[in-house]
Design a protein around this ligand. Structure first.
Ligand SMILES: [Zn+2]
Length: 81
């Protein structure tokens, strides 16, 4: 993944940035660190297919962690801990 690419709108250099966003999915709310390219010059932000795939993986991972936490808290409830 490139740290910076040429902006498709103004041809300036855009840096790869990450930003936390809440995602609501199947009754879950997970916080995901999303990657995107941000152009300082024209203030456009955009992603590439590669970055979309990374973001999707991050959502899936966050959902798996959410499931695991939920499972643990259910077990703790049953054991009255
Ligand atoms: Zn630009």
């Amino acid at each position: 993944m490139k740290k910076s690419i040429e902006c498709p709108y103004c041809s300036e250099v855009c840096a790869l940035v990450s930003d936390y966003n809440d995602v609501h999915l199947k009754g879950k709310t997970v916080s995901v660190d999303f990657l995107s390219y941000q152009c300082d010059s024209c203030e456009q932000s955009f992603t590439t297919t590669e970055i979309d795939e990374v973001n999707l993986e991050r959502i899936e991972k966050a959902c798996r962690i959410w499931d695991r936490k939920q499972k643990i808290s259910n077990v703790l409830k049953q054991k009255n801990l």
